[in-house]
Design a binder for this molecule. Structure first.
Ligand SMILES: NC(=O)c1ccc[n+]([C@@H]2O[C@H](COP(=O)([O-])OP(=O)(O)OC[C@H]3O[C@@H](n4cnc5c(N)ncnc54)[C@H](OP(=O)(O)O)[C@@H]3O)[C@@H](O)[C@H]2O)c1
Length: 274
């Protein structure tokens, strides 16, 4: 039995992961923003499990959720950074960041950083749900957030690129026994891009999503990673190692995002000696 944290469990891939991993006998710790919707999950789960309410668009909530988990558990085996948001128009977080940047990137880094000591006690694993949607993204050192000219797909693609850049930078820089990897779960039939959009964008996204695999089917890659069937690969897709773009593999992009994000969040890591 492993202790596994999953963020964004009230729908889609996160919900399917929560139910499957619980069914397979793991101690799941589900994190979501709606207490009401977490309560709907409670009767579907068998003990032991924990459900933690946190709005990942607020750094203080992310830190509090991680601390609540650390108060309950001395060690954690797996952290699955899965939650993401895709607003149809520009939304700023309370901290003044574009919302996709805040939830899809900053919350991932904050959660990982806060929980790292607890993951280290179990030689843990971090799995961040990225996407092949990172492929069109370029890296703009002088414009990491799409605030002036918001584009839903532009911001989504870039934040999924940041998931990969962060994963690679984490493995390069942090002096730890914890390994980080990123997953492309495939095209999955969820309402990720439908619930906060309108009009044609909503129609197109929902039309494409219907061609995807079920959330349940998408969980197998995560299960392979957790069971160690797929090991030491930094990016995996459909149960196989996958290759991110050159932009994601570029060391200076990784360095820049790493330093910029750590400065923004005011965090320091135990780094490897040069
Ligand atoms: N679907 C695909 O084809 C596909 C492909 C590649 C990658 N992905 C990635 O897969 C992951 C899961 O997405 P999904 O497709 O399963 O979509 P989803 O059903 O919309 O799941 C996203 C989850 O994140 C949660 N979330 C959003 N904002 C949050 C916040 N501020 N605080 C806490 N939780 C928040 C959502 O909560 P609510 O339920 O409250 O909205 C939801 O549970 C994402 O990282 C996405 O980028 C999806």
């Amino acid at each position: 039995m492993k202790k596994i944290i999953i963020t964004g469990v009230t729908s889609g891939i996160g919900r399917a992961l929560l139910l499957r991993l619980n069914q397979e006998g793991h101690h799941v710790i589900g994190v979501a923003r709606s207490q009401e919707r977490l309560e709907i999950l409670r009767p579907l789960l068998k003990a032991p499990f924990d459900l933690i309410q946190a709005d990942l668009s607020q750094t203080k909530d992310v830190i509090q959720a991680a601390k609540d988990i650390m108060n309950l558990h001395e060690s954690i085996d797996v952290l699955i950074n899965n939650a993401a948001t895709v607003p149809g128009s520009l939304v700023l977080s309370e901290e003044g960041h574009e919302m996709q940047f805040q939830v899809n990137h900053l919350a991932v880094v904050t959660m990982t950083h806060t929980l790292l000591p607890t993951l280290e006690k179990a030689n843990g694993l971090i799995i961040t749900t990225s996407s092949d949607a990172h492929k069109p993204a370029k890296y703009h050192q002088d414009r990491l957030e799409r605030i002036k000219k918001y584009s839903l797909m532009g911001a989504y693609s870039e934040t999924k690129l940041y998931n990969l850049l962060f994963t690679k930078a984490f493995n390069r820089f942090v002096d730890t026994n914890v390994f980080a990897c990123a997953v492309h779960p495939g095209l999955v039939n969820t309402d990720l891009g439908g619930k906060d959009t309108k009009g044609m964008m909503q129609k197109v996204w929902r039309f494409l999503a219907r061609r995807g695999i079920t959330p349940e089917a998408s969980t197998q890659t995560y299960v392979d990673l957790i069971n160690g069937t797929l090991k030491d690969h930094e990016y995996v897709s459909d149960r196989k190692p996958s290759k991110p773009t050159k932009v994601a593999l570029n060391n200076s992009n990784q360095d820049h995002l790493w330093h910029h994000t750590n400065t923004l969040l005011n965090i320091k890591w135990k780094t490897k000696k040069a």
